[in-house]
Every structure is written in C-alpha cells, then in structure tokens.
Ligand binder design. Structure first.
Ligand code: 3PG
Length: 356
C-alpha cells in the first residue's frame, strides 16, 4: 500500500478521493465536523499539486443528500462545489446508488471512469466491501490518504503493545465485539468490560440483569472470566420502579434496567488507569445515546488527565470527548467505529487489501 505522499506528480491529474463524511446531522446542520477536518490534509495536498479533485462519500440514511455536509465543508474548503464538473467537487451520496453497497462492478467502473487516480481517505468505512472501497482501487492506480496511514500507525501498536496495557471496551453488540475481546484477552494485562457487554458476563456469572440490554447468543465467556483479566463494573446506576439509584449486581431486580457505571466502578477504573502504561478505549460505559452519559464522560476526563498513552475510538466515545473539548489530550483519536474494531481484531480491512 502506497501513501498519496508517494504518488509522484499529480499536476493535471483527476483524483477520485473517497472520504467518510458520514457525519451526524441535526435539523439540517452538521453537529460534528471531525471527519471533514480529518480529510483536510489530504485534500490540501492534492489541490496544491494542481490536480482536479472529485470527492466521494456515503451518508446514512442511504437516501439522504450530502448537501448539508457540503454546506458545512464549504465553510472550510471555499472552492468546493456540489455534484458538478468543477475542479473541486463533492458528488452526491454514494449509497443513493444500490451499486455501492452491492459492490456492483458496473457502478465501480462508472466511478473509476471519472478519474486517473484513486485515493482512500475513508479508513472508517474500509471494513465494508462496497464498490468505492474495494473495487474502484483495483481499476485505477491507488493510494492511501494521509489520515488513513495515521489510523494504521495509531492502531497497529496494539498488535505488539507496551505493558502494562489496559483495554477498556464498552457499548453493546457482543456479536461484533467478541473477536476483539478474544484477541485482546491475551494481549492486554487487564480488560475492563463496561456498558451492555458487561451484562452478558453478569449473566454468565449467574446474576439477574433484569430488563437490561443483553446480546442474545452463547458467547462462551467462562474461559475469559477464568483468565482473571476481565474487570467488570462493581456497582451501577439502575433504573427501577422507584427511580434511579446505585446498586450492586446482586440487587438488580427482574424489571430493573442497568443504565450506567456507578462511583465505585469509576474509582476502580481510575486505579487501573494509574497502573497502566498504555490504554485503548472503545465504547460507552452506559446507555449514552439515551442520556446516561456520566460514567462515559468521567472516564474520558480520567483518561485525558492521566498523561498515559491513550488511544480512543468509536462514535459515542468521540462524542464524549467532543462534549469535554479534550480530544487533543489523547495520544491518538480514531475517527473509526466498526472499522477500528475490525482492524484491531483482524489486523487488516478489505479496503486495505484492495490498496495492496
Ligand atoms: C461509520 O460511521 O462507522 C462509517 O461511516 C461506516 O458507516 P456504516 O456503518 O453505515 O457502513
């Protein structure tokens, strides 16, 4: 895989730049432009070389227009136009064409026909076998963007981590996070499991998690518990008929819902952070998107103040650091969610293989 920095002279070339501008939008306005700003270095590099730039991105929901994203990006890149033939344009949402997700070869050819060179600056969607990620790069001379290379550098240290290494994994969907947990249980010195993922471990221990979110399926968690490396929340914020209170797992009733980590748990996490040299964090400690943010925000603060080597990623994790305005205090902030998890678990991604 070659970086765009080693692509030679781009003057007069047409460059198709795949970005991931799948950003949050509320009332027609972009609420977080982190991903747009992350692609700027590559955009400026290509523009300064005198190349024609054609930006392509997806946006969810797939029928949505990228126009609000364009309006936001135009404030940062004044020469940008929307979906026309200018020298610096953003095309409409790729996923409006069914061929993108279907990895249709005809659709990939139509994209490739627009340019002389392809650049992938969309690490965060490179776990998808979509036309613009895995097929277009096979049809054109292809390069990785500057941020794409930084993502790989920032994350690959975890394949051979410095110790003591603490891995903090929160959020839900055990089925997607299990491969990562299985891999890091051997690489890490301690693995803190928070959020809904912890509920499956509690069930494995024979506890009642009431009406709390759990992933369905048998994930064979006993060997992981037996490893002695898994650290689970000691107390949690629980919503019951009487309101919200702090409970131990043994107190959770059959209709109760665990919504966040409790104070003792956060104290333990602080200790574990102090003991570690390197920390990797992905996923919230509570039902973040439903407003139970305290544990996640506290953890973001503790890590930012720890002065340890800290690498973080995942949508809610990033949203917490944005709320605290402390993203600059981490060693590396990955813009990727699912792609970060897949890269860490498998050490490659379909989008990386396509560039190789
Ligand atoms: C993301 O937000 O994680 C990426 O843009 C990928 O989006 P997707 O999960 O809809 O493929």
């Amino acid at each position: 895989m070659k970086s765009i920095l080693n692509s030679g002279n781009l003057n007069g070339k047409r460059v198709l730049l795949r970005v991931d501008w799948n950003v949050p939008i509320k009332d027609g306005q972009v609420t977080d432009d982190f991903r747009i700003k992350q692609s700027l270095e590559t955009i400026e590099y290509i523009r300064k070389q005198g190349a024609k730039l054609i930006l392509i991105s997806h946006l969810e929901p797939e029928e949505a227009s990228l126009r609000p994203v364009f309006e936001c990006a135009k404030r940062i890149i004044p020469e940008l136009t929307f979906d026309d033939e200018s020298d610096c344009t953003l095309l409409e949402n790729l996923r409006k064409s069914p061929g993108e997700k279907a990895n249709d070869q005809g659709f990939a050819e139509s994209l490739a026909s627009l340019a002389d060179i392809y650049v992938n600056e969309a690490f965060s969607v490179s776990h998808r076998e979509h036309a613009s990620i895995v097929s277009v790069p096979k049809m054109l001379p292809s390069f990785a963007g500057i941020e794409f290379m930084k993502e790989i550098e920032g994350l690959k240290r975890f394949f051979n981590p410095e110790h003591p290494f603490l891995f903090i994994l929160g959020g839900a969907k055990f089925e997607t996070k299990l491969p990562l947990l299985q891999k890091f249980i051997t690489l890490a010195d301690a693995v803190f499991v928070g959020g809904a993922l912890a509920h499956n471990f509690f069930k494995e221990q024979g506890h009642d998690v009431g009406a709390s979110l759990v992933s369905s399926g048998d994930f064979h968690l006993k060997p992981m518990l037996d490893s002695g490396k898994i650290v689970l929340p000691e107390d949690m914020l629980v919503k019951s008929g009487d309101g919200i209170g702090v409970d131990f797992i043994t107190d959770v009733g059959s209709t109760d819902v665990i919504v966040d980590a409790g104070p003792k748990t956060l104290e333990t996490l602080k200790q574990k952070i102090n003991d570690a040299r390197l920390i990797l964090w992905n996923g919230p400690l509570g039902l973040y998107e439903r407003g139970f943010k305290t544990g996640t925000l506290e953890l973001a603060k503790m890590l930012a103040e720890s002065k340890k080597e800290t690498v973080i990623g995942g949508a809610d994790t990033l949203s917490a650091t944005k709320e605290l305005n402390n993203q600059d205090t981490f060693t590396f902030v990955s813009a990727a969610g699912g792609a970060m998890l897949d890269f860490l678990a498998h050490e490659t991604l379909p989008g990386i293989e396509a560039l190789n």
